[in-house]
Design a protein. Structure first.
Length: 349
């Protein structure tokens, strides 16, 4: 089973809360099931009269199959697994799907100064996370981390758009798309719904969310951002979205204990070590779920001070939640763009 992407958002609770609200008219369509090692949920409030439930299910299934076939590190037959296994030094032709996802990732890598980097795969495995990690491995020694860092760096991967191809400048370079592929799959599902003429929907996969139009309660979709407490599910903030993607990255759902020390699954590609600052979670809202997915990871790596400054400079809607001085205490920082999406604390899902 693939990790649950540091889950992050109470998206399913949001969806069910919306369905329970006052609603008259055709019954909303709900689809859900396993996908990419986690679960997905799609709610369509209303669809064109000539679009059947089977048409929607077929498009959702096709989008998920495309993501699994090209992007999943947990599918041994996927395109990304084959690319990682190759040690070829020349240009390797790739699908348009894989190229586009890598290109999106590279843009965030460049803008974040390398805080987000899909070439971090060997370090993620070394610390005991992701596809291919051993069972409870010890902390990698400093010499091993330095050796692995020589295989990491988005500048070591070259892109050619036409025809789409990738080239490794070090033969054992490998990619980990877990920080962007789920968001891309959500965007692809949304695009296929739009192509059917569907304009009111919510798509969620492994915590990545994208919504448009109205919920069954005839209002914009409301999304709850969780308080970052392991073993608890309570909303820290509620936002409304219409045509946006939402993602949260945090260290409170997936971590390991190594020699009595909590080790976050979020690895800083620049140092080769798990993040050690006091930031517990970052939520980002962007025009696409893939962009939100990648930026949530990047800002989590950067920490509150550096991450908040960058988010404000780029105009990102972001909420940072730090641990306070006392257990269970948290301190928030948010950009003006996030504040405009946020509902009063008394707002209900």
């Amino acid at each position: 089973m693939r990790r649950l992407l540091n889950l992050r958002l109470a998206a399913l609770a949001v969806a069910l809360g919306s369905l329970a609200g006052c609603h008259r008219g055709p019954q909303p369509l709900e689809l859900r099931g396993p996908a990419m090692g986690t679960t997905y949920s799609v709610i369509v409030t209303r669809a064109p009269n000539d679009v059947r439930a089977g048409d929607i299910q077929a498009q959702v299934s096709a989008a998920l199959a495309d993501a699994d076939r090209h992007l999943s590190g947990w599918n041994d037959a996927s395109e990304i697994v084959r690319f990682n296994a190759s040690r070829a030094s020349g240009w390797q032709p790739v699908s348009r799907t894989l190229f586009d996802v890598v290109a999106q990732a590279r843009a965030v890598s460049e803008a974040s100064g390398g805080a987000f980097d899909i070439t971090v795969a060997p370090l993620v495995r070394a610390w005991g996370f992701g596809a291919g990690a051993g069972d409870d491995p010890p902390e990698p020694p400093a010499a091993e981390r330095q050796r692995l860092l020589a295989r990491v760096g988005f500048g070591r991967l070259e892109l050619r758009e036409d025809p789409p191809a990738l080239r490794k400048t070090v033969p054992d370079l490998s990619l980990d798309l877990d920080g962007i592929a789920p968001g891309w799959a959500v965007d692809r599902i949304a695009a296929r719904l739009e192509a059917l003429g569907v304009r009111d929907y919510l798509v969620e996969l492994g915590g990545e969310v994208r919504g448009r139009g109205r919920s069954p309660g005839a209002r914009p979709w409301r999304i709850a951002v969780e308080t970052p407490l392991a073993g608890a599910r309570r909303p820290e903030a509620v936002i409304e979205i219409d045509g946006a993607g939402v993602s949260t990255s945090g260290d409170y759902r997936e971590f390991r204990e190594v020699d009595g020390r909590r080790v976050s699954h979020t690895i800083d590609p620049r140092s080769g070590e798990p993040v050690r600052h006091g930031l517990a979670a970052v939520t980002v809202v962007c025009g696409s779920a893939a962009e939100a997915d990648a930026w949530a990871t990047a800002l989590m790596v950067l920490g509150r001070a550096e991450g908040l400054a960058l988010a404000e400079r780029l105009g990102l809607a972001a909420l940072f939640i730090e641990r306070g001085a006392q257990p269970g205490e948290f301190v928030e920082s948010q950009t003006p763009q996030f504040a405009r999406l946020r509902l009063p604390d008394a707002a209900r899902l």
